[in-house]
Design a binder for this molecule. Structure first.
Ligand code: NAP
Length: 285
């Protein structure tokens, strides 16, 4: 599916301007926390932050095995980054408080939060769904991120960066079977928009990561089906760019990882402080 884009270039894989090894994107000395850091996009984001020189990374998720595999992969390649794993379910405020405060106790305040963990409920209509499955979208995507923000704030550096992995489905019109995912992700975007207004000292950005071949994506599109996937290095590298000073003009916005960052930067004055790339009601003047 061809999507409209505000930039001429619409990327499907990482490109030089978002290369995590660029000096301007360095995260040397920074502490990063990533939910869902053991698998899929979150695991690749963790590797990209290690590539950019992060001092420490806290990987949170429910599956110890995948968290440890990501930790090992980072430690093998990037000796300067200390990685700690925390078995934590983001629907549990207690798990998050424990993990985030333990990491901060060892490494100091956090500079970057990547709110990546998410849940895609089975693609059924409202009437064919069960309340448990349908509402799980809200439990993880909304309550989980509410818990996360509250656990993070007491351990956040004064001008910390908060990056929320959202989805194009929060903006698209009707997609059959996506009521819970779409509605819960719109709520998630609003949650982070409110965080932006309540904490102007932070940098807050919601991001659609592209269409990435992961366990969750397979659930959405069905396995074995040809699909125009983006490369997983695109959202991973984009997140490192988004955590740099170069992205500051996007504070409080929602952007896609496929959009070209150099073209976006040229449009900075028409983006900053305007309604561009925020949620609203179509047709309302
Ligand atoms: N893949 C795509 O094409 C695509 C497109 C748009 C948006 N996204 C978004 O990208 C994010 C990552 O998705 P993905 O595609 O990488 O999916 P994935 O491979 O299924 O990974 C999801 C991650 O979230 C973690 N997670 C799920 N529920 C959790 C919970 N209750 N507590 C803690 N961790 C939890 C999982 O770890 P455990 O199971 O071990 O807890 C896993 O690491 C999601 O927010 C998703 O909505 C993905």
């Amino acid at each position: 599916m061809a999507f409209p884009s505000p930039t001429q270039a619409f990327h499907t894989s990482a490109y030089p301007a978002i290369d995590p090894t660029l000096a301007a994107l360095s995260t040397k000395g920074k502490n990063i926390v990533i939910t869902g850091g053991g698998a899929g996009i979150g695991s690749e984001i963790a590797k990209a932050f290690a590539r950019s020189g992060a001092a420490s990374i806290a990987l949170l998720g429910r599956t110890e095995k995948t968290l440890l595999a990501t930790k090992q992969a980072i430690e093998n390649e990037f000796k300067a980054t200390a990685v700690r794993t925390y078995v934590a379910d983001i629907t549990s405020a207690k798990d998050l408080d424990h993990s985030i405060s333990a990491h901060a106790k060892e490494f100091g305040k956090f500079h970057v939060l990547v709110a990546n963990a998410g849940f895609l409920p089975l693609g059924q209509s409202i009437v064919d769904s069960t309340l448990d499955e349908w509402y799980e979208g809200f439990e993880v995507n909304v309550k989980g991120n509410y818990n996360l923000v509250r656990a993070f704030l007491p351990h956040a550096n004064a001008d910390a960066t908060v990056l929320s992995i959202n989805t194009v489905l929060s903006q698209m019109a009707y997609i059959p079977g996506m009521s819970s995912y779409s509605a819960s992700k719109i709520a998630t975007a609003k949650l982070f928009e409110y965080l932006h207004y309540e904490h102007p000292e932070l940098f807050v950005l919601s991001i659609h990561p592209g269409s990435i071949k992961t366990a969750m994506n397979a659930k959405a599109v069905g396995t074995g089906k040809p699909y125009p996937y983006d490369n997983i290095d695109l959202p991973a590298s984009f997140l490192v760019w988004a955590a740099s000073d170069k992205a500051k003009f996007l504070n409080g916005k929602f952007v896609w990882a496929q959009w070209d960052v150099e073209e976006l930067s040229e449009m900075a004055e028409t983006i900053k402080g305007t309604e561009k790339f925020t949620f609203g009601l179509l047709g309302w003047p």
